[in-house]
Design a protein around this ligand. Structure first.
Ligand code: HEC
Ligand code: HEC
Length: 393
């Protein structure tokens, strides 16, 4: 008896669910809401973090003196708080084949701050300009943050297994892991330049809003020049570790938006056909449909299968898309964009240059060129099926 009852769950799990891995819909909910499985405490943290994410900061509360926007949600607000954004940020860098990527620290860093507080303006300091040392400039669009807590919870090995830096399998697609600041595996940012969400958030609050943190209690310098006396009277750090923890809870618990359902049976059939073509023509080689999380302290994220449509690796996308570099990424390398929630967006690619999904596909070069050609070779009806499928993700 005892033996049977202890065995049964193991049997069930291997047959039905692939052993303890949940169905992908378990982590899906309306855009802007938390994962369905969060505890009461986690959902309280989520709500407090959301309020902080939406909060408008003033210079008296530490905003600036150099900044881009007054709140996180100024840039991550479409169609809800935590979503993508239409406000671009300007990033610059200088790349040299021999010496690598220079983030222009002496000239104010790779992120430009386009605004200054009134006190700085009075002192004659203008918003940052593109330094002459910059050899590349790009506008970056804020991506949606839905479901990225799951991205953080993937085991390193599950990302590294898809990397093929020297293209040993000869399929024309390499894929290199991103590089975090301390040499760890990078998975956040369009250059996969950050390893953890908390690290990204800490950077964002300083870089985009000019709030100093316990880890970095010193203000940014306008194009690398010292700040005039009295332009920043608020004592540093301007934000507490507990606030950063709440922001991490909000972003870390943001659910994945569910798939868009299609009403007509014809559309459903076409979309299903599109799904198969997407895999057959090689899109899924980089846009990995599903991934799983590892063990996680929160049950809502623990060992979940989820739709990602990205391998989270860097790919050379060719000269047309090349611009800025990062310490672990050359100008033409970009992290495969997650296609989850694509139907919520209207501008595509890192700088929003594509106004339709079709244009975004046609701008794929480099490692993705042959997949793009295979897409172009499809008859218009089959191309339409792929586009329809993509708009359900
Ligand atoms: C001025 C616009 C702007 C503001 C304000 C802003 N962001 Fe962002 N955010 C961006 C852009 C642009 C990116 C893409 C950066 C990149 O690709 O390297 C981004 C990316 C992110 C990412 C990484 C997403 C991913 O998929 O890797 C996180 C997390 C994030 N932002 C959190 C925040 C938080 C928290 C705040 C407030 C402290 C904030 N952002 C404020 C523009 C903004
Ligand atoms: C070699 C890897 C690779 C292959 C193959 C590939 N992609 Fe991409 N895809 C990327 C990368 C990297 C980006 C981000 C490029 C950028 O932002 O400049 C991207 C971006 C996109 C975007 C824009 C998403 C957004 O929100 O901005 C769409 C749509 C897309 N890919 C669809 C496809 C389709 C359809 C195919 C097959 C025809 C395909 N991709 C093949 C790597 C790939």
């Amino acid at each position: 008896m005892l033996r049977n009852s202890t065995r049964l769950p193991i049997l069930l799990c291997s047959v039905l669910t692939g052993c303890g891995i949940a169905d992908e819909t378990e982590v899906e909910a309306t855009a802007g809401t938390p994962f369905p499985g969060v505890t009461t405490y986690e959902s309280e943290q989520f709500v407090l973090g959301q309020a902080l994410f939406n909060r408008t900061f003033t210079p008296e509360e530490g905003l600036g003196p150099l900044f881009n926007q007054v709140s996180c949600s100024s840039c991550h607000d479409l169609p809800t708080s935590g979503g993508h954004g239409a406000e671009p940020v300007t990033k610059v860098s200088d790349f040299d084949e021999r010496t690598g990527c220079n983030l222009l620290k002496e000239d104010g860093g790779d992120l430009l701050q386009a605004s200054v507080v009134p006190a700085l303006r009075t002192a004659g300091i203008l918003p940052e300009r593109i330094p002459v040392s910059a050899t590349a400039v790009t506008e970056l669009r804020a991506p949606a943050l839905y479901g990225i807590g799951l991205v953080e919870a993937i085991e390193d090995e599950d990302i590294l297994i898809k990397a093929d830096p020297d293209d040993q399998d000869g399929d024309g697609i390499s894929g290199r892991p991103g590089l975090g600041p301390d040499g760890s595996l990078g998975r956040f940012g369009s250059k996969a330049q950050h390893a953890t969400l908390s690290e990204f958030i800490e950077n964002a609050i300083r870089g985009e809003m000019g709030l100093t943190t316990p880890a970095h209690p010193v203000e940014e310098m306008p194009n690398g020049l010292p700040l005039p006396e009295g332009s920043d009277p608020v004592p540093d750090p301007e934000i507490e570790t507990s606030d950063l923890t709440l922001l991490s809870a909000y972003i870390g618990f943001l659910a994945q938006p569910p798939r868009r359902t299609l009403d007509s049976p014809e559309d459903q059939a076409a979309s299903e056909e599109g799904r198969q073509i997407f895999a057959n023509i090689g899109c899924a080689t980089c846009h990995t449909p599903t991934l799983v999380t590892g063990n996680h302290q929160s049950a809502a994220l623990n060992r979940k299968r989820f739709r990602n449509y990205s391998d989270l690796l860097l790919h050379d996308m060719g000269p047309e898309l090349a611009s800025i570099c990062a310490p672990g990424a050359s100008p033409s390398e970009w992290r495969t964009t997650r296609l989850v929630g694509l139907y919520l967006r209207s501008e595509f690619l890192h700088d929003g240059r594509a106004r339709s999904v079709r244009d975004a596909i046609l701008m794929h070069g480099g490692e993705a060129e042959s997949a793009r050609y295979r897409f172009q070779d499809l008859n218009p009806e089959l191309q339409q099926s792929v586009l329809l499928f993509l708009r359900t993700l």
